[in-house]
Write a protein that binds this ligand. Sequence first.
Ligand code: 9D3
Length: 231
Amino acid sequence: MRIDILTLFPEVFEPVLSASIPGRARESGLVEWFTSDIRRFADNKHNKVDDRPFGGGPGMVMMCQPVWEAVLAAESEDERAVQRIVFTPQGERLTQARLEDLATRERLLLIAGHYEGIDERVIEALEPLELSLGDYVLSGGEIPAMALIDGVVRLLPGALGHDSSAAEDSFAAGADGERILDCPHYTRPREWQGRGVPEILLSGDHGKVAAWRREQMIARTRARRADLLDN
Ligand code: 9D3
């Protein structure tokens, strides 16, 4: 998979991504990513890529032309079909189902907005998938873009270092498409600050352990995220 990242803050991606599962996946040849600094496509000597909003109001708006040219330049680097994605609070909320879909694509092009937003006309022209991370205010699309990359890359076959598949995760789909929270986990010591470990996990009975974990998953989902059980 090739991922192009268009941003005003290209330097923030490498340290985060290279430190985590995406870094290992890149070393294995499963993914490559390239950042493109939108400011390089400014068409004025001040390298200005934002301007005041028509109609007035606070903040600045990212201009069409630098975003458009950055997209065309990145896309010309590779001839494979690309899924364009813009991160915006107005987008569809990112879900595991969407990550699973995106993990099947050969190429993604991510546009991280900053300031008050991106001029609507270039969004219309690009016809991107518009994605949000959730209903809270961040200062730009960079962290959402990193979240998407992390979530997509770990789904690529071979990206996880251990035996268990990504399909076993909390939020992975069960046979019926269910999304469920994970059970609690424990490791040594057997007692910590007077707190023990559920006896059943020390029993060695793998069938009972599996049944207990399943019960815990359902009970915790009911208690904390009843909305997930409605589906
Ligand atoms: C007048 C209201 N504006 C600021 C309080 C709206 C606004 C503009 C730009 C809010 C956030 C942003 C910058 N955020 C993103 O670009 C963004 C985002 C987010 O803020 N939350 C969740 N997902 C995303 S994806 C991109």
